[in-house]
Design a protein around this ligand. Structure first.
Ligand SMILES: *[C@@H]1O[C@H](CO)[C@@H](O)[C@H](O)[C@H]1NC(C)=O
Ligand SMILES: *[C@@H]1O[C@H](CO)[C@@H](O)[C@H](O)[C@H]1NC(C)=O
Ligand SMILES: *[C@@H]1O[C@H](CO)[C@@H](O)[C@H](O)[C@H]1NC(C)=O
Length: 487
C-alpha cells in the first residue's frame, strides 16, 4: 500500500477496517534478528476496528498473522507489535522498548521509547499514541495514532531513492551506486525536503549526456554528511576533449528550478565535464562546496570541467567554494543578483561572466564577486560577450580578488567572442556598464598579460586598487572606457 493511502487510513477515525495487507516478501523472522531486536509476536490475530477507530490490518508472510493498527487515541507500547509498511519499504516493530525502523533488511534506526513509539518504513512514519490503552476496541496488540509523511528515509539504492523520494521529507542517500546511464533523480521533491549524501556516491560508465544528478524543488536543503564523497568518476570519460569531442560525457549536477533552497557542504570529485548547472533557480544558496577535478591535470584528461555554470536565475549566492578544475570556476551566462564570495579557484579559467549573448536570456545584472583567490589558472577576472549578439552586462562588481600564477590574462574583458573563440573584432550589442573592479591584486605568470580590454561598448567603470604584477599589459587593448587606464 502506498504510504499516503496508509496515512489517510490511519489518520481518520471511523474509517473502518481495511483489508489485510500482505507483508513485504523480505519480512521473514529469520532475517531480522539483529542485535537487540526482539522476537516477533507469535501469530497474533487480526482484530476489527470499531467505528471509532480506523484501522489498518496487516497480514504477515510467514509466521506472522495479521495485525491491526488503528488510529485514534489508541494503545501504544508496550504491547505494540507488528508493522506498518508501505509497498515493501519498511516496518515498525516494538516490544515495549522502542520501535524499530527498517529499510529492506537492516535496522536503520531505533526511535522512540516505551509508550511513545514512532516508526517505520523508508517512506512512512507511524506515530503511536502517547498513552497505553489496551482496552481500546479493536486493538489487541497495539495501535498507532497517526501516520505522517516520513520523518526519515534512508536509501541505499537508486531505484528505492527515486521511487520513495516523494513520500520523504528527510532523505538520506547512503552509498548509492548510480546505474550507468541513469540520473540520481531528486527532482520534484516535496517542499521542505532535506537530502543528505552519506558515504560515497558513485556512477557507472555510459557515454551519454547526463546529468548524473538532478534536483528541483522549493525549500530544499541538499547537504553532505561528514566523510561523504560524490565521486563522479570523471576519469572514466576524460580524454582531453571535454565537451568538444571524444566520447560523449555526462553533465554533473543539475540544480534547475530550485527555489528558496540551499546546497551545502558537498564534496564532489572528478566531474566528467561541467559540474553544476544552475538554471531557473531563485534564491539558491550554495555554501562550502568542494569540487576537486585535480586528477584531470595529472592525466591531462580533464577538460571543460566548469564548476558552476549559472543561467536564467535570480538570487544565486555561492560562498566558500573550493574548486580545482580545468575550465571556468564560475561562468554566469545570464541572471540577476548573483554572488560568488570567499571562494578559491585553481587550475581553471577563472571567475567568468559569459560568454553573454545568443541565448534566450542574455541579461547579466547585479553581480558581486568578492574575497576570493584564483591561482594556477588561465585567467583571473574575465568577462566575454558574443560578437554580433545583443544583451546586457550591468552592475558587476569584482572586489578583493587575489591572483597568482595566471598564465594568460589577469583581467580580461572582451566583446568579440564567436563560437567559443575570440575574433579580435569587438561589437557593441552587449554593453558592459557599471563595472567595478576594486582591490584586485597579485601576480600573473611572466609570459602572461596583466590586463586585456577589447571593447566596442563599455562605459561607467570604476577601477580602484587594481594592481597586478608579473607579465605586462596587453598592447592590443581597445575601447577602454574613459578614465580607466589599465592598459
Ligand atoms: C481507552 O479506550 C476506550 C475505548 O475507546 C476509551 O473509552 C477510554 O477513554 C480510553 N482510555 C484512555 C485512558 O485513553
Ligand atoms: C548592484 O548590484 C549589487 C550587487 O552586487 C546590488 O546590491 C545593488 O543593489 C545593485 N544596484 C542596483 C542599482 O541595482
Ligand atoms: C602555474 O599554473 C599552471 C596551470 O595553469 C601550472 O601548470 C603550473 O605548474 C603552475 N606553476 C606554478 C609555479 O605553480
Amino acid at each position: 500500500m502506498h504510504q499516503n493511502a496508509l496515512a489517510s487510513l490511519l489518520l481518520g477515525a471511523g474509517a473502518g477496517l481495511v483489508a489485510a495487507h500482505p507483508a513485504p516478501s523480505w519480512w521473514k523472522e529469520s532475517k531480522h534478528h539483529h542485535g537487540g531486536f526482539p522476537s516477533g509476536p507469535s501469530a497474533s490475530t487480526s482484530t476489527a476496528a470499531t467505528s471509532s477507530y480506523s484501522s489498518y490490518s496487516l497480514a504477515s508472510g510467514s509466521s506472522y498473522s495479521s495485525y491491526s493498527l488503528a488510529s485514534g487515541s489508541g494503545v501504544a507500547s508496550p504491547t505494540l507489535r507488528g508493522y506498518a509498511a508501505s509497498s515493501a519499504s519498511g516496518v515498525a516493530y516494538s516490544t515495549g522498548t522502542g520501535v524499530y525502523s527498517y529499510s529492506a533488511s537492516s535496522v536503520v534506526s531505533v526511535a522512540a521509547s516505551t509508550a511513545s513509539a514512532v516508526a517505520v518504513a523508508s517512506s512512512t512514519a507511524v506515530v503511536s499514541a502517547s498513552s497505553s490503552n489496551s482496552t481500546a476496541a479493536g486493538a489487541t496488540e497495539g495501535e498507532v495514532a497517526s501516520v505522517t509523511a516520513s520523518s526519515s528515509c534512508t536509501f541505499t539504492d537508486l531505484a528505492s531513492a527515486v521511487a520513495g523520494k516523494a513520500d520523504c521529507t528527510d532523505i538520506v542517500l547512503s552509498g548509492i551506486v548510480v546505474t550507468a546511464g541513469e540520473t540520481l533523480d531528486m527532482t520534484d521533491l516535496t517542499d521542505g525536503t532535506t537530502v543528505t549524501f552519506e558515504g560515497t556516491t558513485t556512477f557507472g560508465y555510459s557515454e551519454w549526456d547526463g546529468p548524473l544528478i538532478s534536483f528541483s524543488g522549493t525549500d530544499i536543503t541538499i547537504q553532505g554528511a561528514d566523510g561523504h564523497l560524490i565521486n563522479m568518476g570523471g576519469e572514466q570519460w576524460w580524454d582531453g576533449e571535454g565537451s568538444n569531442g571524444g566520447v560523449t560525457k555526462p553533465k554533473g549536477f543539475y540544480a534547475h528550478d530550485l527555489t528558496d533552497s540551499t546546497i551545502t557542504g558537498l564534496n564532489i570529485k572528478n566531474t566528467p565535464i561541467q559540474c553544476f548547472s544552475i538554471n531557473g533557480a531563485s534564491n539558491l544558496k550554495v555554501i562550502d562546496v568542494t569540487i576537486d577535478d585535480s586528477d584531470g591535470d595529472v592525466t591531462d584528461g580533464g577538460h571543460n570541467t566548469d564548476a558552476f555554470d549559472v543561467g536564467s536565475s535570480t538570487g544565486v549566492y555561492i560562498s566558500g567554494a573550493v574548486v580545482k578544475n580545468q575550465d571556468d570556476c564560475l561562468a554566469i551566462n545570464s541572471g540577476t543578483d548573483i554572488s560568488f564570495t570567499g571562494g578559491s579557484c585553481s587550475g581553471g579559467h577563472g571567475l567568468s561572466i559569459g560568454s553573454v549573448g545568443g541565448r534566450d536570456d542574455n541579461i547579466v545584472e547585479n553581480i558581486y564577486i568578492a574575497d576570493s583567490t584564483i591561482s594556477n589558472s588561465e585567467n583571473g577576472v574575465r568577462i566575454k560577450t558574443i560578437s554580433g549578439d545583443t544583451g546586457t552586462v550591468k552592475n558587476v562588481t569584482y572586489t578583493g580578488i587575489t591572483l597568482s600564477n595566471i598564465t594568460d590574462y589577469g583581467i580580461v574583458i572582451e566583446q568579440d567572442y564567436e563560437n567559443g573563440s575570440p575574433t579580435g573584432t569587438p561589437t557593441d550589442g552587449v554593453p558592459i556598464t557599471d563595472l567595478t573592479l576594486s582591490d584586485i591584486t597579485g601576480s600573473v605568470a611572466s609570459d602572461a598579460a596583466t590586463y586585456y580590454i577589447l571593447c566596442a561598448s563599455c562605459s561607467d567603470w570604476t577601477v580602484s586598487g587594481v594592481d597586478l604584477t608579473g607579465g605586462s599589459a596587453s598592447t592590443d587593448c581597445e575601447g577602454t572606457p574613459t578614465g580607466v587606464s589599465l592598459c
